[in-house]
Write a protein that binds this ligand. Structure first.
Ligand code: NAD
Length: 436
């Protein structure tokens, strides 16, 4: 099929490359010239495992092209909207200006029968509004929320755990969308991927409900960590024990510095803001508490660090290991790890931070920080080491390896990802979150 993907960020670039790998003929459009130049040369403009290979193969096959000119989307049968929906400045609501601009920019190039498919995460009600804007062109709008996880984005796009089609109300239009999307996702559908075909509102809500649930699960265990901290309980053992209950499950139940990234934080805020607009603010008022618990954990890591530094971080050397909001990503949007580095720096600590992939993005946002080229360089002469992103290379660090490098054998494990016993037995002061 001929497809266009408007917006080539973490979602769109992966979607475009993955669709080309499935045999579709894809053009990716973005307003960011540098991004398009990199993508056109088969280079990934951000870190995502598996993406570089897919991009190169796609570009070389001739089935994957990129452009800054929306006119190049003309002729595609299906147009995916994958632009950002960040938090609005000075508000907790979603900023829809990019989605609106992408749809407006596409209008002159739409033909009768084209399908415009929103993938961006939007407040419920957006699809209905946009469908009216698209209707005069004879094209049909649908919403197909995306559930990919950064770090697993390629795999999640090629073989998603489910597909959700938000179909228009008119039966003939719904049928046309369904036929087109079934063809787009034929590879996944033939392997038995579950499909939920529903209306606009449900499709939009599925995405924010899923993120609200995941955020709540993380903040739940972090709330248990807060209680553990004042009672001497161990939240990791607690999580293991409650996780054996299949109704609860152990996944997403790791206490630590909390969630971040370009999705969960802004999505739960936008959901709460939209619910208030709808007069149902109380239904998801708990999401504000979920957000507060999450943000408190960043300060908690800083407080533990200051405590271990003898009450003041001023002029102390602190190695911060991790800046990305999660491992296998270079994404520092609303990253707890980056926040911890910035907070410690603000307290006058001499922070030397290192992330395997996110140094450059962190530096762009916070040029006042200092960055190391390796974990070893970051920890050299450190009075304290903080681990805030659970990269495999940090989990593999051993107390014996770091001991000769640091000034003081003190480690704060902001992700509860290290073996506390091993570090303590090697003579380190080990501090986890929600653990004695
Ligand atoms: P991103 O910021 O990485 O990418 C957005 C891209 O859109 C940018 O490259 C930007 O230049 C481009 N853009 C903006 N306006 C444009 C326009 N008018 N025309 C063409 N391009 C334009 O954001 P992202 O992380 O890819 O997220 C995109 C959407 O997908 C958001 O709604 C997000 O919530 C949702 N989403 C993201 C993920 C994820 O893991 N990143 C997962 C699921 C859903």
């Amino acid at each position: 099929m001929k497809l266009s993907v408007i917006g080539c960020g973490y979602l769109g670039a992966v979607h475009a490359a993955a669709m080309a790998s499935l045999g579709h003929d894809v053009v990716g459009i973005d307003v960011d010239q540098a991004k398009i130049e990199a993508l056109s040369a088969g280079r990934a403009p951000f870190f995502e495992p598996g993406l570089p290979e897919l991009l190169l193969a796609g570009v070389e096959s001739g089935r994957l092209r990129f452009s800054t000119d929306t006119a190049d989307a003309a002729g595609a049968a299906v147009h995916f909207i994958a632009v950002g929906t960040p938090q609005k400045a000075g508000s907790t609501a979603a900023d829809l200006r990019y989605v609106d601009a992408a749809v407006d920019g596409l209008l002159p190039y739409l033909s009768v029968g084209d399908i415009v498919v929103g993938k961006s995460t939007v407040p419920v009600g957006t699809a209905e509004r946009l469908a009216e804007i698209v209707a005069p062109t004879g094209a049909i709008l649908a919403w197909n929320p995306e559930f990919l996880r950064e770090g697993f984005a390629v795999q999640d796009t090629v073989a998603p755990d489910r597909l959700v089609y938000g179909l228009p109300p008119a039966a003939a239009d719904a049928e046309a969308v369904r036929t087109a999307l079934d063809e787009v996702y034929a590879a996944a559908l033939t392997t038995g991927t579950p499909l939920v075909a529903t209306g606009f509102a449900t499709a939009e809500l599925v995405k924010v409900a899923a993120n609200a649930f995941l955020a709540t699960k993380i903040s739940f265990i972090n709330a248990m960590a807060e209680i553990s901290e004042v009672t001497g309980a161990d939240v990791t053992e607690l999580a293991d024990a409650i996780g054996y209950d299949a109704r609860i499950g152990r996944r997403f139940l790791n206490a630590g510095v909390g969630f971040g990234g370009g999705c969960l934080p802004k999505d739960i805020r936008a959901f709460a803001a939209r619910a208030e607009e709808l007069g149902r603010g109380e239904s998801v008022a708990f999401l504000k508490e979920v957000d507060s618990i999450n943000l408190r954990r960043r300060q908690r890591v800083v407080d533990i660090a200051v405590e271990e530094l003898g009450g003041s971080a001023y002029q102390k050397r602190v190695a911060v290991l991790g800046l990305a909001f999660k491992p296998d990503s270079d994404d520092v949007r609303d990253s707890p790890a980056l926040d911890v580095a910035v907070l410690l720096n603000g307290l006058g600590a001499r922070v030397l931070a290192y992330d395997p992939e996110a140094n450059a993005n962190a530096k762009r946002l916070h040029p006042q920080l200092h960055f190391a080229a390796s974990a070893e360089e970051a920890v050299a002469d450190a009075d304290l080491v903080v681990v805030v992103t659970e990269w495999k290379e940090f989990r593999a660090l051993t107390p014996e390896q770091l001991a000769p490098l640091v000034a003081a054998k003190v480690i704060v494990d902001g992700r509860n990802c290290l073996d506390a016993t091993a570090w303590r037995e090697a003579g380190w002061t080990y501090r986890g979150l929600g653990r004695p």
